[in-house]
Write a protein that binds this ligand. Sequence first.
Ligand code: GLA
Length: 389
Amino acid sequence: MNTNYPLLETYQSIFSTDTAPRKFFAPGRINLIGEHTDYNGGHVFPASISYGTYALATKRDDSVFRFYSVNFSDSGIIECDLSSLAYDKAHDWANYPKGMIHHLREAGFSIDTGADILFYGDIPNGAGLSSSASIELVTGVLLQGLFDLPIERIPMIKLGQKVENSYIGVNSGIMDQFAIGMGKKDSAILLDCQTLEYKYAPIKLANHVIMIINTNKQRTLAGSKYNERRSQCEAALSDLQTELSIESLGALTVEEFDNAKHLIKDPVNLLRAKHAVYENARTLEALSALNNGDLNRFGELMNQSHVSLKEDYEVTGTELDTIVEAAWNQAGVIGARMTGAGFGGCAIAIVEEDKAEDFKKNVNEIYLKKIGYEATFYKATIGDGAKEI
Ligand code: GLA
């Protein structure tokens, strides 16, 4: 296990047992480029990181599930029965594992007893590194393990997305669950979100590292603004469909879009759609740049992605813009952008390893001065996807 937290001891004391539970892990994710393209049928380029969610679990003989999170220890043990798995606001974070159990059962998988499960996450919550998809997928692999469920990985990933969409109520795309379910050490995944075709791309950064920078801004209202962006893209698509036979914005090249954009009636929807189409093109080009060892071009595309998310998609905000603009001005930086849904959360930057310490110091100083509190810096290590450990 990659954490020093005394998880086994905590498990045994919380659940008053001396049995040894099985252990599972699901990572968080960063997205290198391809933001707000997944639900538009475009491409994304995420990677799973070594920070994530651990789960320790033992099957019970009765029908009771008991959940405990070290991160939300004030909530104590949250309990529910197999017969009452509906969403319950009072169950707060435990709705994620409950939703996974509910949707696996609904899909026909046999989960016929309860379990005692302890969770511990070392990804910051609500920071845009997908702590929610991470808890969904760690629950998926632990249920698969405890109950010998004959489930393949892609259906599990889709059920994770269903939990988010139908159980929690955020209309998110497939990227997070896919990155977390299919992650591979030292690789990013280029995923076509329309077809779910994917390929791994080794991350070769020479003497550079990926820094994750948390704005530490709480993402209030993120869900509703996210759903609004999605509807604006759908409205733009339906205007385009009056003359074009396309299934998604991701089907359009930049040229095709520019020739047809007059069909989009609302000027704001036009900007949203422009971002989706151009970002998809940037993502495909970023893969070639990485494969060709052209890190500078990769960095330029990251920077353009941020500008587009700021100006056309309007999901960045002062905190993310301050971090990213400060990052652009530092020595040894190849590129920087927000990552994830936006509205706060994290940015990423590709930085020369030798300059990483100065980078942190300088960016933090600028951030603190302008925003009034500090940012947090993590070096990203790209690890494997969800699994038993
Ligand atoms: C969140 C969603 C993803 C994706 C990103 C933006 O992380 O869960 O599906 O839409 O935002 O790229």
